[in-house]
Structures are given as structure tokens and as C-alpha cells.
Ligand binder design. Structure first.
Ligand code: F6P
Length: 347
């Protein structure tokens, strides 16, 4: 029987527990593998903090957001000496392979450990949907649902008060959440990192709506856009070297107020997008990924990442996750749909 370790790294998201549940269910079918849960991401692997994961330990997890293993943004190449700093735990626990459930930062670290000879299978998760090699990452769908519901609520109060409501969503340097939520909630404009913008164009949309009798507008802003020309936002870096984003919408709203004369208010949705009960799609995706990850390990296939493409679960080299960021294609169906609906990107 093989023994595999599993960790969840980076930001949490809904659907991680479904992945853990699927992984354990598959591993224990026919008593093919034992699963050791590693606590708090790479931290637990460096510090030897683990717990056994059997079928009972993952019961009732489908509906639970977050990760029962805990997670962190610590990294063996930043807070340790890379491979050697995780070797003791791998050895002590007698682990034959690791399943690493993470976003691009965690998977980049996984790929470096693979180069040091550690057998790893990656599982892509992130509300941002920005991991290369897969159409979808665990957590994205639920985040879009949460953002859409929030914008729906903001729209009714915008209308009552004749206000411009600027809603900032997460997504890091990609506009997947922003564009999906803008389409689904019927926003008037959306700013995404993939498209340059001029706030004059957004102001023109707001004025045009007012002239037609709609004295309110809803503007969705992706947290990762460049700040408006002539302004800047200071963002500290996390352990993976990513900027801690948030707050650009305040500048956007102030400018729009100046340009249009309408009162502009800001809502930063923040971590609410990472919490809550996973949508069915994230439960299914998590389950499918967990099962496929174990099957790869049982087949002796490592250095791979499980992926969802064209209605199937496949696997790709783990390096594909990090070498090809998944950005929203400006010519693709999503942006064409938004533009077809008349949503302004500010260009
Ligand atoms: O990558 C997921 C994400 O939620 C991003 O959308 C966001 O920029 C970041 O994580 C926030 O991270 P933290 O919770 O560490 O502040």
C-alpha cells in the first residue's frame, strides 16, 4: 500500500474540502493508499505537522468552505532551504508521493520540489481561475456566484439613490471574476487588467445612461487593474512574491465622481468571495480532481497537474500551470459576450 501526503497551499477557497474528500475516498477504495494530511500548507511540511486522513475524517465535508487542513502563504524556498527543509517530514511519515492543491504560487513551488526529485501531483485551485493548463480551477465558480449576488444587491440601492456604485472584486492580475460577474449581474462597465482603460469613456457611459433616464450605474473593477493614470497604489508583497492587492477602486470612484458629478460609492468585496458553501460545480470539480490525482499516483505518474478541459479531467505537466497564465482572451467568447451586451471596458 502506498502512502501519500496532501496539502492545501496559498489562499483558501470553496471546494478544497470536496477535493480532500474525493482524494481520500479514492485512495481508500480497495485499501490502495493511506492518506496523511499536512497542516497549514508548506508550513506543516517544513515543521512536520500532520494528521491522518481516513474516510471518517472527511465525512460531511462537501458543503464546507475553506480547508480542514488549514493553509498558509509560507514557502520552503522563502522560509526554508527548499527540498532539504521538507525532507524530514517526507521521511518520517514514509510518504511515497505528495498531492499539492494550490494556485500558481504553490504550484510553482511544487515544480521546484519536483526538480529536486520529490514525486508530486498538482491540483489547481484559485478563485482567480488564472492557473494555466486547465479551463477551471476549484473555487472560481463559487466566487463568481458570491460576487454576482453582491452586485445584484448593490444595483437596487444604486437605483434608489441615483449613485454610481463601484464594486471591486478579486482575481489578482486576471479579470475572470470581474468579467463573469459583470455579465451575470448586468453591470454597465467593467475594468479588467487585460484591457487598458480611460475613465473618460466610463464617465461617458454614466452620462449617457443619465440622459436616457437611468441616473445610476454599476461599475465592476478587478483589483489587479493598473491604477488610473497619474495615481499609484502601494502594495506589499506576499511570500510568493505576489502583490497584496485591494483599494484601487477608491481612486476610480473619486475620479468618476469628479468627471460625472454623480455621487460614487465603493464596495470592496474582498475575502467574502473566498468563503461560504461551495457551488455544485466546485464540489464536482474538487471531487474529480481529488480522484484523478490519486489515480495518477497509483499509476506511478508524477510531476503532473490534473486539469479540466473540454468536459474531461486530464493531466498536464505541472510546469504548464505556471508557464502559461490563464488570462481572459480579449477576443474570446467572454469578452465578446460582455461587449455584445454593451458593457463598457473603458477602451
Ligand atoms: O489568489 C486568491 C486571492 O483571493 C486573490 O484574488 C487575492 O488578491 C489574494 O488571494 C488575497 O490574498 P490574501 O488572503 O493572502 O490577502
Amino acid at each position: 500500500m502506498s502512502r501519500l501526503g496532501v496539502l492545501t497551499g496559498g489562499g483558501d477557497c470553496p471546494g478544497l474540502n470536496a477535493a480532500l474528500r474525493g482524494l481520500v475516498a479514492r485512495a481508500q477504495r480497495g485499501h490502495q493508499a493511506e492518506v496523511v494530511g499536512i497542516l497549514d500548507g508548506w508550513d506543516g511540511l517544513m515543521e512536520g505537522r500532520t494528521r491522518p486522513l481516513d474516510r471518517d475524517a472527511v465525512r460531511g465535508l462537501l458543503q464546507r468552505g475553506g480547508t480542514v487542513l488549514g493553509t498558509s502563504r509560507r514557502d520552503p524556498y522563502v522560509h526554508g532551504e527548499g527540498g532539504p527543509s521538507v525532507a524530514a517530514t517526507l521521511d518520517r511519515e514514509g510518504l511515497d508521493a505528495l498531492v499539492v492543491i494550490g494556485g500558481d504560487g504553490t504550484l510553482r513551488t511544487a515544480a521546484r520540489l519536483v526538480d529536486e526529485g520529490i514525486p508530486i501531483v498538482g491540483v489547481p485551485k484559485s478563485i482567480d481561475n488564472d492557473v494555466g493548463g486547465t479551463d477551471f480551477t476549484i473555487g472560481f465558480d463559487t466566487a463568481v456566484q458570491t460576487a454576482t449576488e453582491a452586485i445584484d444587491r448593490i444595483t437596487t440601492t444604486a437605483e434608489s439613490h441615483d449613485r454610481v456604485m463601484v464594486v471591486e472584486v478579486m482575481g489578482r492580475t486576471q479579470g475572470w471574476i470581474a468579467t463573469h460577474a459583470a455579465i451575470a449581474a448586468g453591470a454597465d462597465a467593467v475594468l479588467v487588467p487585460e484591457e487598458p482603460y480611460d475613465l473618460e469613456n466610463i464617465a461617458a457611459v454614466i452620462r449617457g445612461r443619465a440622459e436616457r433616464g437611468h441616473r445610476y450605474s454599476v461599475v465592476v473593477v478587478a483589483e489587479g487593474i493598473d491604477p488610473p493614470t497619474g495615481t499609484s497604489v502601494v502594495a506589499p508583497l506576499d511570500a510568493f512574491g505576489f502583490a497584496r492587492l485591494g483599494g484601487v477602486s477608491t481612486i476610480v470612484a473619486a475620479r468618476l465622481e469628479e468627471l460625472t458629478g454623480f455621487e460614487a460609492r465603493v464596495t470592496v468585496l474582498g475575502h467574502i468571495q473566498r468563503g461560504g458553501v461551495p457551488e455544485p460545480r466546485d464540489r464536482v470539480l474538487g471531487s474529480a480532481f481529488g480522484i484523478h490525482a490519486v489515480e495518477l499516483i497509483l499509476a506511478g505518474k508524477f510531476d503532473r497537474m490534473v486539469a479540466w478541459r473540454d468536459r474531461e479531467v486530464i493531466d498536464v505537466p505541472i510546469t504548464e500551470a505556471i508557464h502559461h497564465y490563464q488570462a481572459v482572451d480579449p477576443q474570446g467568447a467572454l469578452m465578446r459576450t460582455a461587449r455584445g451586451l454593451g458593457i463598457c471596458f473603458g477602451d
